[in-house]
Design a protein around this ligand. Structure first.
Ligand code: UDX
Ligand code: UDX
Length: 468
């Protein structure tokens, strides 16, 4: 295997670019890693003691490498010029305008990166797609690079999707199930493989063609999301029949062909990837004339919408068909535990539904601020019909507040809704919470996190997803 590159640039210091580059820098002290981003405040945060994203163990990784061989800056052109390998790790959100609205990925930022690389590149560069992209994007990247660059510049394009999950990014990066590298040049593939090979077993470094690599990332996320939607579909049937979804999940998960992971019924999946990637897959299938395949995958997203709506409907129905002017404590707003990320969190949808029913919400999440909550609600309520109505603005301003702790959120509340599975919710003094609430005290567990029997004994009226 040839010698690995000595200088890396990563464009995009987000949830993926930041932690991934920090891990490469930690594991390869002799490789200089420059992470660049157009967002000045984000870069300032990466250079401070308060990193822009919360990930267990990330502070230590960054501290070890930052200033040694890991650098964060806004000087994109300088980082491109000096690097041998350039990762593109900018965001690829679902399009909100034009052709493919609501489905296709917006590749504007990826194209801008390719043009920026073409503009500043001199000599040979390996350009690596780290962002999740529609299959065959590398084709466009290659064309832009070759037609827009100066004559001294040559390029190899690789696809190297990232499979880390938020909340466990550091452990996923340290011991990945696999690293996937797709490309046309064996030499370029080997050079990138050699970087990961410093700490990843070579057997876990998979090498494929470009298109397989691009498509594998979308497919992996679609399969994972499909499992969650499948168990959530069964949760509705459990509630109707008296079966218990955790028992069913356990029973099927012990079949080694099915396996136990990603079978936790919930209020719905969230995060920046699952919905976006499936919609992108759906769009691609339609584009390639495969409407049956598109419809199959779209159902995973529709089932997730159903699950979120089913939860908020259950809250309203159980509370005598009205939550108007009732205080509801919302426990958790992030899309899963151990992250401050709220993108596409099911909590946003449930809170939207409850606000439309005129509930008063007191939200507690250990990592999410009032500003972030309001931003998400404004974004959702605006994107639905293009404008934020005066009524919605008023509900967000007047009916949403945050509390300092989970128990503080419940004082005088009619109900608690558990929307994120933070561990600290398991250790609450539920006797004192119960006594501080209005009666009957309802508890809606959207994560099946809490001990239902214990809570019922205290006096709570408990609704748990997938339990009759
Ligand atoms: C990543 C992937 O890249 C995306 O394709 C995948 O589906 C999810 O994970 P993520 O790291 O979560 O995205 O995105 P985000 O946290 O929004 O970070 C992207 C960063 O790129 C932002 O900090 C943004 O400022 C930066 N950016 C964007 C640039 O530096 N230049 C641009 O032109 C556009
Ligand atoms: C996902 C993929 O797991 C990761 O490989 C990819 O790189 C990015 O997308 P992430 O979105 O960070 O990672 O988190 P993940 O753990 O997959 O959870 C996604 C959502 O599904 C969360 O809202 C989570 O709460 C939910 N979920 C997950 C369930 O509801 N039940 C489960 O059993 C598992």
């Amino acid at each position: 295997m040839s010698e690995p590159s000595t200088k890396i640039c990563c464009i995009g210091a987000g949830y993926v670019g930041g932690p991934t580059m920090a891990m490469i820098a930690k594991q390869c002290p002799d490789i200089e890693v420059n992470v660049v981003d157009i967002n000045e405040s984000r870069i300032a945060a990466w250079n401070s003691d308060l990193l822009p994203i919360y990930e267990p163990g990330l502070d230590e990784v960054v501290k070890e490498a930052r200033g040694r061989n890991l650098f964060f800056s806004t000087d994109v052109s300088a980082a491109i010029k000096s690097a041998d390998m350039i990762f593109i790790s900018v965001n690829t959100p679902t399009k909100t305008f034009g052709i493919g609205t609501g489905r296709a990925a917006n590749l504007e930022f990826v194209e801008k990166c390719a043009r920026e690389i073409a503009l500043h590149a001199d000599g040979h560069k390996i350009v690596i797609e780290k962002s999740t992209l529609p299959v065959r994007t590398a084709e466009a990247v290659k064309r832009i690079l070759s037609s827009a660059s100066n004559e001294n510049a040559t390029f190899d394009v690789l696809s190297n999707p990232e499979f880390l999950a938020e909340g466990t990014a550091v452990e996923d990066l340290l011991a990945p199930d696999r690293v996937l590298i797709g490309g046309e040049s064996q030499e370029a593939i080997d050079r990138l493989a050699a970087v990961y090979g410093r700490w990843v077993n070579p057997e876990n470094i998979l090498k494929t063609n470009l298109w397989s690599s691009e498509l594998s990332k979308l497919t992996a996320n679609a399969f994972l999301a499909q499992r969650v939607s499948s168990i959530n579909a069964i949760s509705a049937l459990c509630e109707a029949t008296g079966a218990d979804v955790d028992e069913v999940a356990n029973a099927i998960g012990t079949d080694s062909r099915i396996g136990p992971k990603f079978l936790k019924s919930s209020v719905g999946f969230g995060g920046s990837c699952f919905q976006k990637d499936i919609l992108n897959l759906v769009y691609l299938c339609e584009h390639f004339g495969l409407p049956e395949v598109a419809a199959y995958w779209e159902q995973v997203v529709l089932m997730n919408d159903y699950q979120k709506r089913r939860f908020s409907t259950a809250v309203v129905k159980t509370m005598f068909n009205t939550v108007s002017d009732k205080k509801i404590a919302i426990w958790g707003f992030a899309f899963k535990k151990d992250t401050n990320d709220t993108r596409e969190s099911p909590a946003i949808y449930v809170c939207r539904d409850l606000l439309e029913e005129r509930a008063r919400l007191t939200i507690y999440d250990p990592k999410v601020s009032l500003e972030q909550v309001k931003q998400e609600l404004v974004y959702l309520m605006t994107s639905e019909n293009g404008t934020l109505s005066e009524k919605h603005r008023q509900l967000i301003d007047e009916n949403v507040e945050v509390a300092d702790s989970a128990s503080a959120a419940t004082t005088g509340a009619h109900a608690i809704a558990v929307l994120t599975e933070w561990d600290e919710f398991k250790d609450i003094d539920f006797h004192s919470v119960y006594s501080s609430m209005k009666k009957p005290a309802f508890l809606f567990d959207g994560r099946n996190l809490l001990d239902r029997e214990k809570l019922s004994k205290i006096g709570f009226e408990v609704y748990a997803t997938g339990k009759s």
